[in-house]
Design a protein around this ligand. Structure first.
Ligand code: NDP
Length: 340
């Protein structure tokens, strides 16, 4: 560990230790703590501070308040052809995803396409850790998660939808890592707005409205008011689609219901989750070649890049350069670890 005035530099092993320690003393059993710590480490490794250690105090608070079950045992139902249904036992989503993914992959390989749904679980991680391992297994994956309502429908000023992220991952040949994109359907992810508020920075216009429905660049006013979907009414329709796919199909709570059932402990809210996996080999044997042609064509112009490339660059650098954590966050987590 290396300490500067405002930040602390730690290795990925130390990130894991901190996350595991804080989650365990807050009431998570080994399997649940490990599954969450895994996604926290992946986020820090890939330069996604908004879904790394930053989320640990919230995860711990929701364990301590009893809102989330730290001893959850996800119930995986594989009885239907092509479908894996998981009841998350009111725990964090990462363990449910981990338990269900092998069945999803196996079913998709058998029939070309399969889907996995999760209800009764709480998600506030990034989504690419859910889809990338499926692409690593040679399959195309797409994933949708709804959350607590913070985003207005088109023309509205009151939250109905969550920030409702989606992720898309495909395998690539020649030892290349999968191409993965992962994005909220709001203009800005809520975690980024929270970080801007914490750092006292303004956010761009168009990200959200204050409680009175007026445009503002003050992150605290948007957190208190409402976020906007990207791309106006088109993004709002995508946010609505994510609600229906993630919560409607899984039997999970819609984001406005999750908001009603949320106690303000700063932890993740209940969410529905859908992951679809497709075996490209069973669709078209030239799939990989055709996609590489598309990528080459896109990348022929200066200024373009593939989604996920920034993350992959961090992934190479972080094990060498380690991770810089804001000192107040580091001290907050250390206090959780030592006091429980
Ligand atoms: P960003 O807007 O930062 O990035 C979205 C995607 O666009 C990334 O895949 C990114 O790749 C790619 N991208 C960015 N710039 C370019 C570019 N110039 N050319 C090509 N691709 C580009 O993400 P968001 O702020 O929307 O979301 C951040 C995270 O928040 C996500 O991981 C999301 O899952 C998570 N989230 C989770 C929620 C939950 O409830 N669990 C709710 C909402 C969001 P790269 O990473 O390489 O820059």
């Amino acid at each position: 560990m290396q300490a500067e005035a405002d930040s602390v530099t730690i290795s990925l092993d130390e990130v894991r230790e901190l996350a595991l320690g804080a989650l365990t003393v807050s009431g998570a059993d080994h399997d649940n703590a490990e599954a969450v710590a895994d996604v926290v480490v992946q986020a820090e490794r890939d330069g996604c501070a908004s879904h790394g250690l930053f989320r640990i105090p919230g995860y711990c608070a929701s364990l301590k308040s009893g809102r989330i079950n730290g001893n959850a045992v996800p119930r995986v139902d594989t009885a239907r052809p092509g479908i894996v249904r998981i009841d998350g036992d009111n725990g964090f989503a990462p363990l449910a995803v981990k338990r269900g993914r092998p069945f999803l992959i196996e079913k998709a390989r058998r029939s070309g396409i399969a889907a996995l749904t999760i209800c009764q679980s709480a998600h506030f991680a990034a989504l690419w850790p859910d889809t990338e391992p499926i692409a690593d297994a040679g399959l195309v994956a797409v994933s949708f998660v709804n959350s607590r309502s913070t985003v207005a429908p088109a023309g509205g000023k009151k939250p109905v939808f969550g920030t409702n992220p989606m992720s898309f991952a495909i395998p690539r040949g020649d030892g290349k890592p999968p191409m993965v994109f992962d994005q909220a359907s709001s203009v800005m992810a809520r975690g980024e707005i929270m970080i801007a508020a914490r750092e006292g920075k303004a956010i761009p216009e168009g990200v959200g409205l204050d409680r009175q429905g007026r445009p503002t660049t003050d992150p605290a006013a948007v957190l208190d008011g409402v976020q906007l979907a990207f791309g106006g009414y088109k993004g709002a329709s995508i946010a609505m689609m994510v609600e229906i796919l993630a919560a409607g199909l899984s039997g999970g709570e819609f984001s406005f219901e999750a908001a009603d059932n949320y106690t303000a402990d700063n932890g993740p809210s209940k969410a529905g989750h859908l992951i679809i996996a497709l075996d490209p080999q069973l669709f078209h044997d030239q799939f990989s070649d055709r996609v590489e042609l598309l990528f080459r064509t896109m990348l022929a112009e200066n200024g373009t890049r593939l989604p996920g490339d920034r993350r992959l660059q961090y992934r190479q650098r972080t094990p060498i350069e380690c991770v810089s954590i804001p000192r107040p966050l580091y001290e907050e987590i250390m206090a959780i670890v030592s006091r429980g």
